[in-house]
Design a protein around this ligand. Structure first.
Ligand code: PEP
Length: 251
């Protein structure tokens, strides 16, 4: 059975008081939902408090970035084993904001993915095209390259211990969502690319859609056969919206 998952990406938002209110609200509502998994990926400093708040619940947590290095003189970096110390299940790698604002290329993303898995974390590997690339008709080529950069070094078997998130860059934080069919087409493309290498891993692979998923469009996106859930930015900071999105998957 494919894992169904909604993961919130808090980005660089929150504080101790707001986080507590948000988590209290989502824990109360999501505790009764059983046929999907729910997660929040939070800023590093909040991992201890998020761990304490979520440990007794069915909600899991993770981080938004990880160093590609195991340890050493890398000032300001956070290693995968450090994330493990705080009970993380997931870590987002290759988010388009990391790629475009912090210069992470496909090679670095692959190294981070490997570092995460080596420490027992499940990477949520983000791929997606820019508007220019979509308009130039190169969406599939871009996605293929982004996936190949990881699979060529980590092997297709590694995908069995990862989640892939298709996040068209033009839809992230813009309020423009890919139509369910546009998203489904790319998800099917991703799954068939993996299927050509390993049919069982492709069938079990969780592929999330991310990009302006809101309470009012989640159900139609999640109804598509190759969309197994969502990676949620802005709407994951608003308890009612996040809960509604989680319910849309769990239905
Ligand atoms: C994201 O940050 O991964 C994301 C999808 O953001 P938003 O939902 O705000 O578009």
């Amino acid at each position: 059975m494919r894992r169904k998952l909604v993961a919130g990406n808090w980005k660089m938002h929150g504080n101790l008081v707001e986080n507590e209110q948000l988590l209290n609200a989502i824990v109360t509502s999501l505790d009764e939902l059983r046929n999907a998994q729910f997660a929040v990926c939070v800023p590093f400093p909040y991992l201890p408090s998020v761990q304490s708040a979520l440990k007794p619940t069915n909600i899991i947590w993770g981080a938004q970035n990880v160093s590609q290095y195991e340890k050493g003189a890398y000032t300001g970096e956070v290693s995968a084993s450090m994330l493990n110390d705080f009970g993380c299940t997931f870590v987002i790698v290759g988010h388009s904001e990391r790629r475009s604002l912090f210069g992470e290329d496909n090679h670095t993303v692959a190294q981070k993915y490997i570092a995460a898995q080596r420490a027992g974390l499940m990477p949520i590997l983000c791929v997606g095209e820019t508007l220019e690339q979509r308009e130039a008709g190169t969406t599939e080529q871009i996605i293929k390259e982004q996936l190949a950069a990881v699979i060529n070094v980590a092997g297709v078997e590694s995908v069995g211990k990862a989640v892939i998130a298709y996040e068209p860059v033009w839809a992230i934080g813009t309020g423009k969502t890919a139509s369910p069919q546009q998203a489904q087409d790319v998800h099917a493309f991703i799954r068939s690319g993996i299927e050509a290498q390993n049919i069982n891993i492709a069938r079990e692979l969780t592929i999330l859609y991310g990009g302006s998923v809101k309470a009012n469009n989640a159900s139609e996106l999640f109804a598509m056969p190759d969309i197994d859930g969502g990676l949620i930015g802005g709407a994951s900071l608003i308890a009612d919206d996040f809960i509604a999105i989680c319910r849309a998957l769990s239905n």
